[in-house]
Design a protein around this ligand. Structure first.
Ligand code: 3PG
Length: 403
């Protein structure tokens, strides 16, 4: 393993009750509440399959408080059960009496899934390791489990109780997802070279702004190619797009975007043209002429050409968030072409997140990318050279439980 840490091959987890902290936070259809793609659940299943003689207690968060995707884990439990071909008992509880009795009654080979860990207040807050140990979540559960597997790489940047609180209380190690991601990223770090091109899209605007900050500050983004909603925010901050945005804290976000553009004008590339749906058809307009009453659904052809050239000339390319609404065939053009430019580039290529992973499979080029990560924000922090709380927790655990 890259950093000093234990894996499930180093601990004897047979006949133990093992808390497995996964990240199966999954995109949800806002209208129906259905889970949209299952890549994180499929990855988590790899670790769970490798614990056949343990009583496995799966814990994950889903969504963020107040959002449409802040739902229970019942559907995840059903999906995991289908993937594993085994029963997964969903418990509508996190650390109350229902959870504790289910864990107590569990036997080796059983799989329990707790409810959304973020239904508890503490799991929405950051702690120091010592304070995390004292949270109600950790102090209640620690009496019922006697080992912990940390496999939530996409949440590695959050110092939440379930991520950092168990490491020195019960024998703790990395799961298969964390181990695979770290080994792959370490290899990439050994050969990475500039110029660094980051392609950012999707709808999580505030996350992307945080990412831009971290990557530029750490010289990991010589060029940031903006697309998706985040591009519209930056364009609007300069008065070059007039349509609606419908994002949280719009004014504050626009000020931040403008400040980044003013501070680092040479780092940013913004779309020249955009695609919208008019009369059921894809139509492209220069960004300043996009009709104000229709949503932008993709980058336009001139932008695709320019971004593809920049991607092909890069030493390292990182893409997070799709450039367009690729779930509609006619608006998948930007996503398909930029991913294909990455697949054909001689540089090192890293793609982040379940949406883009699904797109790579759809376009048949998954194998041509050097690393496809399950993580978003955590990966950005890692690429920017930040220390991640989950990795720190694994190092503390290795010091305490390693031989
Ligand atoms: C993610 O999808 O990036 C992780 O699940 C972390 O989610 P968060 O950004 O809401 O903490």
């Amino acid at each position: 393993m890259p950093a000093k840490m234990l894996t499930i091959d180093n601990l004897d987890l047979d006949n133990r009750k093992v808390f497995v902290r996964v990240d199966i936070n999954t995109p949800v259809n806002p209208q129906t509440g259905e889970l949209l793609e299952l890549s994180r659940i499929e990855e988590a299943a790899i670790t769970i399959r490798d614990l056949p003689n343990s009583a496995v207690v799966v814990g994950s968060h889903q969504g963020r408080v107040g959002r449409y995707d802040y739902i229970s884990m019942e559907k995840h439990a059903k999906a995991l059960s289908r993937i594993l071909g085994k029963d997964v008992t969903f418990v509508e509880d996190v650390f109350g009496s229902a959870a504790k009795s289910a864990i107590e009654a569990s036997r080796p080979g059983d799989i329990i899934m707790l409810d959304n860990l973020r239904f508890t207040a503490e799991e929405n807050m950051e702690f120091s390791p010592r304070d995390a140990e004292k949270t109600v979540l950790v102090s209640r559960l620690k009496g019922y489990v006697n080992a912990c597997v940390l496999d939530a790489f996409p949440t590695a940047h959050r110092a939440h109780p379930s991520i950092i609180g168990f490491a020195e209380l019960v024998p703790t190690c990395a799961g298969r997802v964390v181990a695979k991601e770290l080994i792959k990223l370490e290899r990439i770090f050994a050969i990475e070279k500039g110029p660094y091109v980051t392609v950012l899209g999707g709808a999580k605007v505030n996350d992307r702004i945080e990412a831009i900050d971290a990557l530029i500050a750490n010289q990991r983004a010589d060029k940031v190619l903006l697309s998706g909603l985040v591009a519209l925010v930056f364009l609007k901050s300069k008065g070059r797009y007039r349509g609606p945005l419908e994002i949280e804290n719009e004014q504050k976000t626009l000020v931040r975007a403008r400040q980044l553009l003013d501070d680092h004008p040479e780092n940013f590339e913004m779309p020249i043209d955009a695609a919208v749906r008019i009369d059921g058809m894809r139509r492209e307009f220069p960004v300043g002429e996009v009709p104000a009453n229709v949503p932008v659904l993709d980058i336009g052809s001139r932008t695709i050409d320019r971004y593809s050239r920049l991607i092909k000339g890069a030493g390292t390319v990182f893409m997070s968030g799709p450039p367009g609404a690729f779930e509609y065939e006619e608006f998948g053009v930007g996503t398909e072409n930029l991913l294909k430019a990455m697949a054909g580039s001689f540089g090192t290529t890293i793609v982040s997140g379940g949406h883009l992973s699904a797109a790579l499979h759809r376009f048949g080029i998954h194998e041509s990318i050097d690393h496809v990560s399950t993580a978003g924000g955590a990966l950005v922090q890692y690429l920017a050279g930040k220390r991640l709380p989950l990795i720190d927790a694994l190092e503390r655990a290795a010091n305490k439980w390693g031989s």
